[in-house]
Design a protein around this ligand. Structure first.
Ligand code: NAP
Ligand code: ZN
Length: 346
């Protein structure tokens, strides 16, 4: 076993610096020095649901960038010193129809999550990227293209690819009309990507003072979700609505924004939802969802971001301030992603 240092949950609100074990390198493994790890709202959900007495250790973190420090004996595609990026999937069965289609995120045997997952070989619980070192199968560590800043690129690996897959699969491009509900980590990247794909893009937010930010991100308008008149005026006008709102909410106002034959892609709150069928019937609207990305889409997304100057707006904090980052994220006090600098763990 190798040892490293990381931040482990001690309860629903606090993390403690502790020493962690990483596996010895398997033939197809690489060791990554984690330099920057994004703080995703899903980390908050995981911490909230965590009970230290009943659950396996929790070390959050599933969007990080770093440098390869070691390679297994069969690894040929990565070398020590390479810059890499890792997202929220670190393994899959590789043989099911989903994996064969390059949708490892939908692996029938369930993809191995970067933290809180079960390692396919030894059954151990995976520990995430709020740590100085991670050991990962080479196929799930993506080369970080030159030109992408490693701190601003870290959030691309969860927030970014999660919004990228639906934007691409729903055919967003020049002429598309896209609305993004919830301007947070996922939302601000959805705006940047939709704009870079050529769509006319609008933000739907409960936070009116994000209007200037929305414009700077390339959106042409911000609709205050509480302004019923503005919402009514925008009825049936968006081909795609990307919903990144992190809390349970009524889908009806967002379905009403969707244009005929358009789609509401629900990415944020992933619990049970209630839908009035007539909100779908009127306009033949579709309700869809997505999560993370397969390997081809993840690599494509990184190339697109490097080519189009797309990355996250980040506030970088030393990892010792992880509790501050989580607390401010909980209070919606982030513009637009906290990223932890792991160098203080040396
Ligand atoms: P975030 O940075 O906290 O952004 C969420 C945004 O939702 C907030 O900025 C806020 O935007 C809006 N919001 C929050 N609470 C709200 C409420 N009660 N009512 C209305 N709007 C509210 O979070 P994130 O990291 O982008 O993640 C967003 C959600 O996606 C989380 O639930 C996360 O777990 C989920 N997620 C899903 C996947 C997936 O695979 N599908 C992947 C990653 C994350 P405004 O201030 O603009 O209203
Ligand atoms: Zn995430």
């Amino acid at each position: 076993m190798r040892t490293t240092t990381g931040w482990q949950a001690t309860g629903p609100t606090a993390l403690r610096r502790t020493s962690l074990e990483r596996r010895d390198l398997r033939p197809d493994d690489i060791a990554v020095r984690v330099d920057y790890c994004g703080v995703c709202h899903s980390d908050l959900h995981a911490l909230h649901a965590y009970d230290q007495h009943t659950k396996a250790p929790l070390v959050p973190g599933h969007e990080f960038t770093g440098v390869v420090t070691g390679i297994g004996r069969e690894v040929t595609t990565r070398s020590v010193g390479d810059r890499v990026a890792v997202g929220n999937i670190v393994d899959s069965c590789g043989v099911c129809a989903m994996c064969e289609a390059g949708q490892e995120n939908f692996c029938h045997a369930f993809p191995t999550l970067t933290y809180g997952g079960t390692d396919r070989q030894d059954g151990s619980t995976t520990l995430g990227g709020y740590s100085r070192e991670y050991v990962v199968r080479d196929a799930f560590a993506y080369p970080l293209p030159a030109g992408l800043d490693p701190a601003a690129a870290a959030p691309l690996m969860c927030a970014g690819v999660t919004v990228w897959e639906p934007l691409r699969h729903l055919g967003v491009g020049p002429g598309s009309r896209v609305a993004v509900a919830g301007l947070g980590g996922l939302g601000h990247l959805a705006v940047r990507m939709a704009v870079a794909l050529g769509a006319t893009t609008t933000v739907v937010s409960r936070t009116r003072d994000k209007r200037d930010d929305a414009r700077k991100l390339g959106a042409h308008d911000l609709i205050d979700s509480a302004d019923t008149q503005h919402m009514a005026a925008a009825r049936d006008t968006f081909d795609v609505v990307i919903d990144t709102v992190s809390a349970p909410h009524d889908l009806a106002p967002y379905l009403k924004l969707v244009a005929m034959d358009g789609t509401l892609s629900l990415l944020g709150y992933l619990g049970p939802v209630t839908v009035e069928a007539t909100d779908l019937l009127i306009g033949r609207k579709k309700l869809s969802s997505a999560g993370s990305g397969g390997r081809p889409a993840t690599a494509e997304m990184l190339r697109f971001c490097a080519d189009n100057g797309v990355a996250a707006d980040v506030e970088v904090l030393p990892s010792a301030q992880v509790d501050t980052a989580l607390d401010r994220l909980r209070r919606n006090d982030v513009r637009y992603r906290f990223v932890l600098d792991m160098s203080d763990l040396d």
